[in-house]
Design a protein around this ligand. Structure first.
Ligand SMILES: [Ca+2]
Ligand SMILES: [Ca+2]
Ligand SMILES: [Zn+2]
Length: 328
């Protein structure tokens, strides 16, 4: 294993969402059953069961409601012989995305732009042509360690021609196990990529079963995790953060466990406080931090309304830009 690989592996460990503390045991950090502080009628509305009689499974990225704009697209991915939870059809992913985005709006005044089709979240169903066992073996063959599950997933999505310029991806993946996390993400520019993985029924090496997290209910690890992973894909927290979890873990902050991007430092026994979550408390790490020359989440081209000077994640190659987009 060369030095580059070692550096890359360290980045993967950093980039991997550390829902680990939360994943240590549900009894220590029970998910909140629902949002109770619905300040606006909107929050309440989004948590009602979504009637989905007209929802149909789609094998493709349907025509965008917001063409020509940077946006997050959702995949629902199964493997051969694995359970098809039909999560693209039951409305739970849409409820999770809406409740997470409502929280983000209340914190920031902006929403993350998701790919919708006729007003509904546009979810593409993908069945990879291999079994769980084959997928795990492929991860080891290609990357050398099971920690690269997400990277292997993104490789397949790309190989199948499903990734388009101008989009980030949230892939809900029915894989049976993952070494350490129920969700993780790329973290440009250190760990380049454009997909986050979300593993709703994976069993971790610790024995924790990700299936115990009821998503779509509001302030849960999973619902907050969705927006946490997307913020990773946008490149935050970053090397500019003033309170990194550790010198090696700049993807997370370490000072306030209410922070969306908080990650436990070594020896820190706290858990993620999903019920009282804040977006960069103190505004000194990644959101409206005012530090010249440092990327800021508030300027992301993936936000609605579009910021005055929209920015792409650092390190994005030209091929991922929207056609004709001169943005850096
Ligand atoms: Ca679409
Ligand atoms: Ca902060
Ligand atoms: Zn994380």
């Amino acid at each position: 294993m060369g030095m580059m690989r070692l550096i890359a592996l360290a980045s993967a460990l950093v980039g991997a969402c550390i829902l680990l503390a939360a994943c240590a045991g549900p009894a220590e950090n029970p998910p909140e059953p629902r949002v109770t502080s619905a300040a606006s009628g909107v929050a309440t509305r989004t948590l009602l069961p979504t009637p989905t009689p007209e929802m149909q499974r789609s094998m493709e990225d349907r025509p965008d409601d917001f063409p020509g704009q940077y946006q997050v697209h959702v995949f629902y991915v199964t493997l051969l012989g694995s359970m098809d939870g039909k999560r693209d059809l039951d409305g739970a992913i849409q409820r999770t995305v809406e409740s997470a985005n409502q929280w983000f709006f209340e914190q920031s005044g902006s929403r993350i732009r998701f790919d919708t089709y006729q007003g509904e979240l546009d979810i593409t169903y993908v069945q990879l042509p291999l079994t769980n066992r084959q997928f795990h073996q492929g991860t080891l063959d290609q990357f050398g360690d099971a920690l690269w599950t997400r990277d292997h997933l993104e490789l397949w999505l790309d190989r199948l021609g499903l990734l388009q310029p101008g989009k980030l991806y949230l892939a809900v993946f029915e894989i049976d196990r993952h070494p350490l996390s129920c969700a993780d993400a790329a973290h440009p520019p250190h760990l380049l990529g454009r997909a986050a993985g979300w593993y709703p029924r994976a069993v971790l090496d610790s024995g924790y079963d990700c299936a115990v997290e009821n998503f779509g209910s509001g302030e849960t690890l999973v619902d907050m995790g969705v927006v946490h992973e997307i913020v990773h894909l946008l490149g935050f927290a970053s090397a500019c953060s003033q309170n990194p979890a550790s010198p090696e873990n700049i993807a997370h902050t370490g000072d306030d466990n209410r922070d969306l991007m908080w990650g436990p430092s070594a020896g820190d026994a706290r858990h993620w406080d999903t019920a009282n979550m804040l977006l960069d408390p103190g505004n000194d790490d990644y959101f409206r931090h005012g530090v010249a020359g440092c990327a800021d989440l508030a300027d992301s081209a993936f936000l609605e309304p579009l910021p005055a000077n929209p920015q792409l994640p650092l390190g994005w190659p030209e091929a991922w830009h929207l056609a004709g987009d001169e943005a850096p």
